[in-house]
Design a protein. Sequence first.
Length: 446
Amino acid sequence: MNRRLSRPGPLAGALATLVLLAACGAGDDRSDEDGGGGAGGASDVGVTEDTITVGAHFPLTGVAAPGYSEIPTGVQAYFDYVNAQGGVHGREIEYLVRDDAYNPTNTNTVTNELVLKDQIFAMVGGLGTPTHSAVVDFLNEEGVPDLFVSSGSLQWGDDVETSPMTFGWQPDYEIEGKIIGQYVAENLPDAKVGLFLQDDDFGEDAEKGVRQFLDDQIVGVERYTSGNTDVGPQIAGLQASGADVVLSFNTPSYTALSQLVSLKLGYQPQWFYSNVGADPDLVGSLLAEFSEGAVEGGASSLDGVLTTEYIPGIDQADDPWVQLWQKVWDEHGTEGELTNYRVYGMSHAYAFVQALQAAGEDLTREGLVEALEENGQDLEGPQLAPFRFSADSHLGISGLRVVEIKGGGAAEPLTPVLVSDIGDAPIEEDTSGQAEDAPPESGVPE
């Protein structure tokens, strides 16, 4: 595929807002009378007879907004759907979303507002490893349930003693790296493997998993810092290393950037992107935008790319969960079509509703956490593998499957659903039947 690419001059400015500041503290100590409800404080903050108020931080503006800003619209649509059917134990869910523009300093500010001013009962689905890292200690100190963080960092669930109120949701990056590493070792044993990694926990956790299976096959490792849009040196380094398979753990913007630079260099390895960076529709639109039209983009732009999936996506229109999400979006969605990011939001909203139901009518923050620890592994839903929630682990979905992106953005499964855990836990085929689960007729957990 030979295309003449424009110099990405506007891109450098457009993506400059991705620069992430160092995580800072949550601010001054707060007393119970400020509304925080920490240990020993009121455990029903944000709960009335008729409502449950929860909050979230997302990049609604800035370069990280494409795709990610759609997640809370999916959450809102599903909560509206549940509220229209009477809510949970007679309470409607009120959902407050604040824009942090994917900047940890902003995340601190909006989280303080949500907890201390808006008095949320729980944080639900706050997005981003660098952003949420800036507030996780504050949320735990204030005793606020911090559920289903929209990130696969291990820190959301591997140290329950340090962060007892925090739960992950999606598979962590280490087990995704393990499953990807095993797949390449078994199916491409002669490949020369290169790694293209985001230079933070995302890349570090993934590399840890990959190296369990591919340490001897890795010929090059390149890292990028979010906000630095010039990835030419990294891609050229992978090309010079002789890597013919590149495993990339990056966000969608950097999938597009890596593809554009590879086209310019005439470098055509087999690309294997993590789930985070492999949405065909979004990457296609970014390719067209970043190249100023030199690359057409579209859902077919990632044809032949390998990736993973842990919930069914919009390419699976016959899946009963996708049919439910389409119904929810048709009835309660805002502008635009159903997307994979909205499906992601609805999926973790469904899990939150189950957690509320399990916590019972006498809803407390501590009771919600206990319900997840006691019943979390049995939660039904669209996830292809069970959750790992227990008193010892707050890590999320336990597995995924490897897929190849085909024409039009459809994902063709290459493996069954595989499950594992962090460390040296084995990778096994899931036998729970979770992938065969279907929603109840009402679309609301029973």
